[in-house]
Design a protein around this ligand. Structure first.
Ligand code: ADP
Ligand code: MG
Length: 142
């Protein structure tokens, strides 16, 4: 297996709930290392650009408004199989369908406010890391 990097975001609902540390602890106890991080209050343009793949979806406008409703914590996670591992720790997009013990089952309220983002594959991970950490070329796609 190869060491991968993936982009994770703790969304405004989870930051407001004061559970950044609890979510970081899930990453750390499951073999994912936080190798870059920054807190940001995204602009509409930044959030819209990040979710551009969902631009035509009916929930796009609400998603962007939610993502700019408060600060977010953005991090690069490193580890073997980190992209799939993080998705596993996150749980299903809809917290009601998320498996017990996952981040979304434990910390999220709804499909709109679902606590975390995680890249869904090697290509998106590469693009998303470069989007928020353009200075960290070392993490791009490796
Ligand atoms: P994931 O975050 O699990 O990768 P998607 O990439 O499909 O999920 O969607 C991006 C985000 O858009 C979701 O995390 C969620 O916040 C929002 N979203 C997805 N589907 C819906 C929906 N049907 N209604 C409202 N919001 C949604
Ligand atoms: Mg996604």
């Amino acid at each position: 297996m190869t060491v991968e990097h993936t982009l994770s975001i703790i969304k405004p609902d989870a930051v407001a709930k004061n559970v950044i540390g609890k979510i970081y602890s899930r990453f750390e106890t499951n073999g994912l290392k936080i190798v870059a991080s920054r807190m940001a209050w995204l602009s509409e343009q930044e959030a819209g650009g990040f979710y551009v793949v969902h631009k035509e979806r009916p929930f796009f406008k609400d998603l962007v408004q939610f993502m700019i409703s408060g600060p977010v914590m953005i991090q690069v996670l490193e580890g073997e199989n980190s992209i799939a591992k993080n998705r596993e720790l996150m749980g299903a997009t809809d917290p009601k369908k998320a498996e017990a013990g996952t981040i979304r089952a434990d910390f999220a309220e709804s499909i709109d406010a679902n606590a975390v983002h995680g890249s869904d594959g090697p290509d998106t991970a590469k693009v998303e890391i470069a989007y928020f950490f353009p200075e960290l070329s070392v993490f791009r796609g490796r």
